[in-house]
Write a protein that binds this ligand. Structure first.
Ligand code: ATP
Ligand code: MG
Length: 435
């Protein structure tokens, strides 16, 4: 028998009344409530949907609040002067309240009206519909629960309410077709399984390994956005392990995976695990996290491996490191588009590593003042922790940071920009010159 959650247009929802669920207005942001109430007062249907309902049912604090309504984007725009219409694949409204944005989407219509490419991938999806159509267009049953502001009940068409209780991640409809429509759903499966600590239901899980490669049909810029959600939301380590287990990681970071699989890659794997755990720890403590450091760590293995491969007698190690970094970053860009504003500092973190070996006072002062010093130092300490570098070097730089900063002494000779080189090769990439 077919176990898929079948799309049944005529089915009525299971309505879970307020007394029978735990979603309270106290858990919903005031701004989201404003949006819901104003839509409702103007005669529209208004539901809180998606991750917020799911998370509140799980006793977790929602990250953001999504609203679904039968008002058209234009009608939403008229009701909220603080709104902007956005989106290409489907249009929706962002209602702005200072830093908080409430995303308001018009119910989407039946899947038959969707424009797809040859492989079934959704290109455009702007046909509006009713709630009983919208519910089937969502990804997982637990993301398809609708909290009705009219009577505070939850409408469940797809069985998501029970799946939340059973901590099961189940795709709506035929899993293979839904992954082909939007391969990002495979990444979302890994992410939700990791962050919610859910089990991926058998049929939802089954096609992933085989279909994994189609995530490379997704534009690299969108994949980068997904990578941020995977690694900066507090469950980076678990997400990473899920991606690896389902064979997805190799289509996001192919060289990283290749490097992890080498027989002597134990220290690189340890380095990765430590960095991911560290990032999760920072999120947990409410500290800021940036993808720059993680990207540097993810590519560190491939870069050092490339250095070893291109090392020859004609150029120095610093030159090799720059070239290897450029090549690895360029290769990586074909899979996930790392914006330049992040790629540049990431390169610096990597390429500063050899400079820790130089303990001359002027060099030390200059490196301490480098805008990327702290992140580069963090990478150094990770490398030391996995046995790649001498612990004494870490102690030196830990102490160097604690010493009072002396004023720059104009008498002290600065290392000249154009020093005598040992070899015949004078040209070196510009940013490695620390003079
Ligand atoms: P998060 O906690 O990360 O915000 P979320 O479930 O709210 O999780 P969003 O990306 O904010 O995820 O999307 C909101 C809702 O939109 C989802 O819950 C889901 O119902 C729907 N949705 C998002 N992405 C997709 C997709 N690729 N395919 C189908 N439905 C989607
Ligand atoms: Mg959300």
């Amino acid at each position: 028998m077919n176990q898929h959650v079948q799309h049944n247009q005529d089915a009525a929802p299971r309505v879970v009344t307020r007394a029978d669920h735990t979603v309270s207005r106290a858990n919903i942001s005031r701004n989201a409530l404003k949006v819901l109430n104003r839509l409702h007062q103007n005669g529209y249907q208004a539901f809180l949907v998606g991750g917020a309902v799911r998370d509140i049912l799980l006793g977790r604090e929602p990250k953001d609040f999504d609203v679904a309504t039968d008002a058209s984007p234009e009608q939403i725009g008229e009701l909220f002067r603080n709104s902007r219409l956005i989106g290409r694949r489907f249009r929706l409204a962002h209602v702005h309240f200072g830093r908080e944005i409430i995303e308001v989407a018009t119910f989407r219509g039946g899947a038959d009206d969707v424009e797809t490419d040859g492989g079934g991938r959704i290109l455009r999806d702007n046909i509006y519909g009713a709630i009983h159509e919208d519910v089937w267009r969502r990804d997982f049953t637990v993301n398809s629960l609708y909290y009705n502001i009219e009577d505070f009940s939850i409408w469940d068409y797809t069985g998501g309410f029970d799946d939340v209780q059973n901590r099961l991640l189940r795709l709506i409809g035929d899993p293979e077709a839904r992954y082909r429509e939007d391969p990002v759903r495979m990444l979302r499966a890994a992410r939700f399984a990791a962050s919610l600590d859910f089990t991926i239901e058998t049929e939802t899980e089954a096609p992933i390994a085989e279909l994994a490669s189609i995530i490379n049909d997704v534009p690299p810029a969108r994949l980068f956005e997904e990578v941020l959600k995977l690694f900066l939301k507090g469950s980076a380590l678990s997400s990473f392990e899920h991606l690896r287990r389902y064979g997805l990681l190799q289509y996001l970071f192919p060289e990283t995976v290749a490097c992890m699989e080498l027989p002597n890659a134990g220290s690189f794997r340890d380095l990765l695990r430590a960095a991911l755990a560290n990032t999760d720890q920072r999120v947990e403590e409410g500290k800021p996290v940036t993808p720059v450091f993680l990207l540097a760590v993810l590519l560190w293995g491939p870069i050092t491996q490339r250095v070893a491969a291109i090392a020859n007698e004609r150029h120095g190690p610093v030159f090799w490191l720059h070239r290897a970094t450029d090549e690895v970053v360029e290769g990586q860009q074909q899979y996930i588009a790392i914006p330049r504003r992040l790629a540049a500092p990431m390169r610096e973190i990597v390429c500063l590593q050899p400079r820790f070996a130089n303990k001359g006072p002027a060099r030390v002062r200059r490196l301490l003042g480098h805008p990327r010093f702290r992140a580069a130092y963090d990478l150094l300490m990770l490398r030391i922790a996995v046995g790649e570098e001498d612990p004494a070097l870490g102690e030196f730089w830990t102490e160097a940071q604690n010493e009072p900063v002396e004023a720059e002494n104009p008498e002290e000779p600065r290392p000249r920009r154009r020093r005598r080189r040992r070899g015949p090769h004078r040209r070196r990439p510009r940013d490695q010159d620390d003079g």
